[in-house]
Design a binder for this molecule. Structure first.
Ligand SMILES: C[S@@+](CC[C@H](N)C(=O)[O-])C[C@H]1O[C@@H](n2cnc3c(N)ncnc32)[C@H](O)[C@@H]1O
Length: 158
């Protein structure tokens, strides 16, 4: 709006823990159409945050919010491995984003104190974790639209 002063707030986050993943390099992580993420590993919380895991065992799936700490810079338009056409960064899950924040839904297998054994990792070993939340999706499958990804899948199936 004309005359409006926009202040850009900065936010500082500290990791609550780190991902212990079998993936040491990005090329080891499945990518592209039909890629399945079934790797198991551990979300290892720092000891001071362990009380925050109280009652987490009853959830089957968790949302993990984390940092693409090994991504360099960002691009607003890019061609993802799942398509041969460019898309805006906010219409993709690219690691190269203005705020390099990743989000992965994992299955919780068990808890050992501050360590959560999970399945479904797509992060590198040592990735910093910013937050963990229970996964409670309320979007019915019939209302979910998968945009360009569904189109890319349909083209591949042709
Ligand atoms: C396409 S992104 C999707 C990540 C997450 N599921 C999301 O939607 O935000 C997954 C890719 O990020 C890259 N990656 C994983 N961990 C990373 C890290 N710590 N730093 C930079 N890139 C990473 C790997 O190339 C991996 O294949």
């Amino acid at each position: 709006m004309a005359g409006e002063v926009r202040t850009l707030a900065m936010f500082t986050f500290q990791p609550i823990g780190y991902v212990r993943s079998p993936y040491k390099e990005t090329r080891e992580i499945p990518k592209g159409l039909g890629a399945k993420h079934e790797a198991e590993g551990v979300l290892e919380l720092l000891p001071e945050f362990e009380p925050g895991l109280t009652d987490i065992e009853v959830f089957s799936h968790l949302i993990v919010i984390w940092v693409f700490d090994r991504a360099q810079g960002f691009e607003l338009l890019g061609t993802p491995p799942s398509d041969d056409r460019p898309h805006g960064v906010f219409a993709t899950r690219s690691p190269r984003r203005p705020n390099p924040i990743g989000l992965t839904v994992v299955e919780l297998l068990r808890r050992d104190g501050p360590r959560l054994r999970v399945r479904g990792l797509d992060m590198l070993d040592g990735t910093p974790i910013l937050d963990i939340k229970p996964y409670l999706s309320s979007v019915p499958l019939e209302t979910l639209r998968r945009g360009w990804l569904a189109e890319a899948e349909a083209r591949k199936g042709r």
